[in-house]
Ligand binder design. Structure first.
Ligand code: NAD
Length: 287
């Protein structure tokens, strides 16, 4: 959905016309979709994609301003309603309050996208317990809170639903530079598969989305704590050399998320290198 980038650029530039792609037009008409980490990158693109498909959207981010901006833009893209909620997904009590508020004010969520995540790099032995906790609190506990709270609401309502958790190609690939991040994503992959098995009989699908390197803030030097500019350049060049992926856009991940919900898929490696790593990890143990 390159049109979304174009649209946002246009809006940021002060004009508001937009030509929607129409690919999923009204596919999610009337449904309630909640996306965490919706203030930026993949989460924002996903909120837009569901908005374009007619969903009512709740954009959750710990950054209030960017969540509000996403909701504002989602309305322009076509969401009949879009709201912003400033919540830190790692805070269990705040997530409980969010779940209650959403159920009371907007209804039971039909599609939940647990996407909020943070990057952290550094060798295993150099990663402090505080850093491990920081990453696991957001990347793992944030997903657990979302699945427990909104999954229960879906199950109690008894009309199905879908949960998408953003894992990563890092979930299949041992790494010397991203041990805490990779571990958190491997856990998200497994919990997604466990929850999928548990909820299968209730018409509730669960997907683990696994992108490789995508062009967002998380992969910029500023956010990728510990990766210096040289290392980032090296990683990007390697990725570009191997897969021609210098600029994989978040909108394509959003499209893959929508397709995964529509087709009820379990594990979706998105980018070409993620697909390669996934195949290797499944069929060539030790590769
Ligand atoms: P991003 O940094 O552009 O967006 C992440 C958003 O999450 C930000 O708006 C941030 O404020 C929000 N966030 C962070 N911690 C939060 C918290 N505790 N509570 C609520 N919101 C929080 O990064 P992105 O690339 O769009 O990342 C989205 C997801 O995709 C993450 O889970 C990330 O690990 C995953 N992912 C990204 C890539 C990539 O290459 N960009 C690859 C694989 C997986």
């Amino acid at each position: 959905a390159g049109w979304i980038t174009e649209f946002v650029t246009t809006v940021e530039g002060g004009r508001t016309e937009v030509a929607a792609s129409g690919k999923h037009a009204d596919r999610f008409g009337g449904q309630l979709v909640l996306v965490t980490g919706a203030g930026s990158g993949i989460g924002r693109a996903t909120a837009f994609a569901f908005a374009e498909a007619g969903a009512r959207v709740v954009a959750v981010d710990r950054d209030a301003e960017s969540a509000a901006r996403t909701a504002e833009l989602a309305r322009l893209v076509g969401a009949p309603d879009a709201w912003a909620e400033a919540v830190d997904v790692s805070d269990g009590q705040a997530m409980e309050k969010l779940a209650e508020k959403v159920a009371t004010e907007y209804g039971v969520v039909d599609v939940l996208v647990n996407n909020a995540g943070i990057g952290l790099s550094g060798s295993f032995l150099d990663t402090t317990p505080e850093d491990w906790k920081k990453v696991l609190d957001v990347n793992l506990w944030g997903v657990i809170h979302g699945c427990r709270l909104f999954g229960r609401q879906m199950a109690e309502r008894g009309q199905g639903g879908h949960i998408v958790n953003t894992a990563s190609a890092a979930a299949f690939q041992p790494s010397k530079v991203l041990p805490a991040y990779s571990t958190s994503k491997a856990a998200v992959l497994m919990l997604s598969e466990c929850l999928r098995a548990e909820l299968a009989g209730q018409g509730i699908g669960v997907t683990a989305i696994c992108p490789g390197l995508v062009n967002t803030n998380i992969t910029s030097t500023a956010r990728f704590t510990g990766v210096d500019a040289e290392e980032e350049k090296r990683l990007r060049q390697r990725s570009a050399r191997l897969y021609g992926l210098r600029n994989y856009p978040p909108e394509k991940v959003a499209d893959a998320i929508i397709d995964a919900v529509v087709q009820d898929r379990a594990v979706v490696p998105v980018t070409p290198e993620a697909r390669g790593v996934h195949l290797m990890s499944r069929f060539l143990p030790g590769a």
